[in-house]
Write a protein that binds this ligand. Structure first.
Ligand SMILES: *Cc1c(COP(=O)(O)O)cnc(C)c1O
Length: 582
């Protein structure tokens, strides 16, 4: 049995238990495990008040509204109760269950931990309410519920024989304290030795998801002491500190026998960041049956029956007649335009090339790059053909830079009003992601390298025959074949860690690619454009799937007998890759 722990899991749109790519990926892993009949259980927090509902005013200023959801309608309450010591109090935790069903009926249980029970003090009842809300003490307490409470709940539910604990990001790293406690208890000891560390390591697999240091949780030792009290690993925590704070990434690195980044380049970047640790790479993938839009799924069912069971068979998309691929895409595009045109004036035009850009509004993703030089963009459209752009994405409530990006896009919409139609869809979620990634003609991706660890929305697009126009970072370094599966923006700058490429250079490359290559192909050589669509499915849609990703985890992480443990970190080798030039 494998236990998969994640602070967020995106099960379905009606359950706001995810914030972005990390949670959607966790949901896709669970769906793929159910398809494969893999013995896996997932553990997360309930997030009774969800993430938030995004409202945008006329100037693009984001307001957040609570999104309470009907837990009972989606989940089954379980009788089991466990407790976790937080601030010296025994906080009672219960669990809710959801069974996710695979293509042939096998199921994977997902457990949602909940502290909102009568026995608890009001402040403790709040611990399972807000995803990524609250202050450091709140976050640390949530992580104790997820990590320590997660292991205890699994035992209470009868999972005695768990071979691997998979930490999806560092949020669940405190589970190692509980695994250590179990081991010592079993042997009647209280002080752990190096052998015990090694034994815990054999059970843990850690996936790191971002090279942006701000996204790595860290907590001052005094806070850790206050919230958690003494734990069996308290004496070892200094090994997992960085800059004087307990760093959950280092905690997970230190106690895991297999560690990976989420794309080849991200593996390299992570090895540079955490010198001394063996870090492999398993490139992310998306759950095909979830992300293929209905018209394209109907096409695959007709032409490649069996694609849901064996995603690799999508390779045969190369042989689907062009007009069938195009017709399915047009149906998906009309679904998108129907959504956009509910609010949009002037309306989007089905004949016009539509660029899609939808992801968390975070500074490094640079949503504003395409509109950074409005005059040049106007000239591109005048010379090579019209285009329209659909945006969507939420900024974290405390991310001022992310919120500013949305306002910049709104400003550009006014500036370009008469030449280029721009829409910004409110309240991005999984449903909208499905409609936008399938309905755009070209998927735009402009992160600041090397900060996009993987990116998965471009994979959703590829499955639907939507080629990417993307900076060479994350998964696109592996999926890009120029003019075959899509187009690069600029060069691969391997040294971007040391010598960042500035945004103006990427913007110029983006405008050139649109003007010289993408727009002429779309308007004047439609067959050539549809060839790119078919290769996007055959080469990338068939491969960047959660099914392939999970198979890699089985081979490289779950089945593997542990190798020797990692070396202690050497802080001098830690490089800060967080400061891109703007
Ligand atoms: C797929 C998805 C993401 C991830 O997008 P990236 O391109 O990886 O940033 C984020 N949010 C939602 C709702 C998604 O479905």
């Amino acid at each position: 049995m494998i236990a998969y722990l994640s602070m967020e899991v995106g099960i379905e749109p009606g359950m706001p238990t995810y914030a972005g790519g990390l949670g959607v990926l966790a949901g896709d892993i669970v769906r793929a495990a159910a398809d494969l009949g893999l013995p896996l259980v997932a553990m997360t927090l309930l997030h009774r008040k969800g993430y938030f509902r995004q409202r945008l005013d006329a100037a693009g200023r984001q307001r957040e509204e609570a999104t309470a959801w009907n837990v009972e309608a989606h989940l089954e309450a379980l009788p089991a109760r466990i407790a976790v010591s937080i601030h010296g109090r025994q906080v009672v935790v219960r669990a809710w269950q959801r069974r996710v069903t695979g293509w042939d009926g096998a199921t994977v249980p997902v457990y949602f931990l909940d502290t909102d029970v009568e026995e608890n003090l009001p402040e403790d009842r709040l611990l399972s309410h807000f995803l990524y809300g609250g202050d450091a003490a709140y976050r640390l307490a949530q992580e104790a519920v997820l990590g320590i409470g997660g292991v205890r709940m699994l035992r209470a539910l009868g999972y005695a024989d768990i071979r691997r604990f998979h930490l999806n990001e560092g949020h669940s790293a405190l589970l190692v304290a509980e695994l250590m406690a179990e081991r010592l208890r079993g042997e009647g000891r209280t002080v752990p030795a190096e052998d015990d560390v090694e034994a815990v390591r054999q059970m843990c697999v850690f996936t790191t998801h971002t090279p942006v240091p701000a996204a790595h949780d860290q907590f001052p030792p005094a806070l850790v002491e206050r919230v958690l009290g003494p734990t069996p690993i308290s004496e070892m925590l200094h090994r997992c500190c960085y800059g004087g704070a307990l760093n959950m990434t280092y905690l997970a690195l230190h106690f895991s026998h297999y560690v990976n980044g989420v794309a080849m380049r991200h593996g390299e970047v992570s090895r540079r960041m955490y010198g001394g640790y063996a870090i492999d790479a398993i490139t992310n993938g998306v759950h095909a049956a979830t992300w293929v839009s209905p018209p394209v799924a109907a096409l695959f069912d007709r032409r490649i029956p069996g694609w849901r069971r064996d995603n690799f068979s999508l390779r045969y998309a190369v042989g689907i007649p062009r007009h069938e691929v195009w017709d399915a895409h047009v149906a998906a595009k009309l679904r998108l335009l129907e959504l956009v045109n509910r609010e949009q004036s002037p309306p989007f035009d089905p004949a016009v090339l539509t660029l899609g850009f939808a992801r968390r509004a975070s500074a490094y993703k640079r949503a504003d790059l395409i509109v950074s030089d409005p005059d040049r963009l106007r000239a591109v459209a005048a010379a090579a053909g019209r285009l329209q752009i659909v945006f969507a994405g939420k900024a974290h409530p405390r991310d001022a830079d992310g919120k500013h990006l949305i306002e910049m896009v709104f400003r550009a919409r006014e500036t370009l009003r008469n030449e280029i139609t721009i829409a910004y869809l409110e309240d991005y979620d999984m449903t909208m992601a499905g409609v936008v990634t399938a309905g755009a003609d070209v998927w735009l991706n402009t992160p600041h390298p090397p900060l996009e660890a993987s990116g998965t929305s471009g994979m959703k697009a590829a499955l639907n025959g939507v080629p990417s126009l993307s900076v060479l970072d994350g998964w696109w370094l592996e999926g890009h074949v120029e003019g075959v599966t899509g187009w690069a923006i600029g060069e691969d700058c391997r040294e971007s860690l040391v010598q960042p490429v500035d945004s103006a250079t990427h913007a110029a490359a983006l405008y050139d690619a649109l003007e010289r290559t993408v727009l002429p192909l779309f308007y004047a050589h439609r067959d050539g454009f549809v060839d790119v669509m078919r290769y996007a499915i055959a080469l990338n849609g068939s491969f960047f799937t959660a099914q392939r990703m999970l198979q890699e985890y089985v081979i490289k992480a779950y089945q593997r007998e542990g190798l020797s443990g990692p070396q202690p970190p050497s802080p001098r080798e830690h490089q800060d890759v967080s400061r891109p030039a703007r």
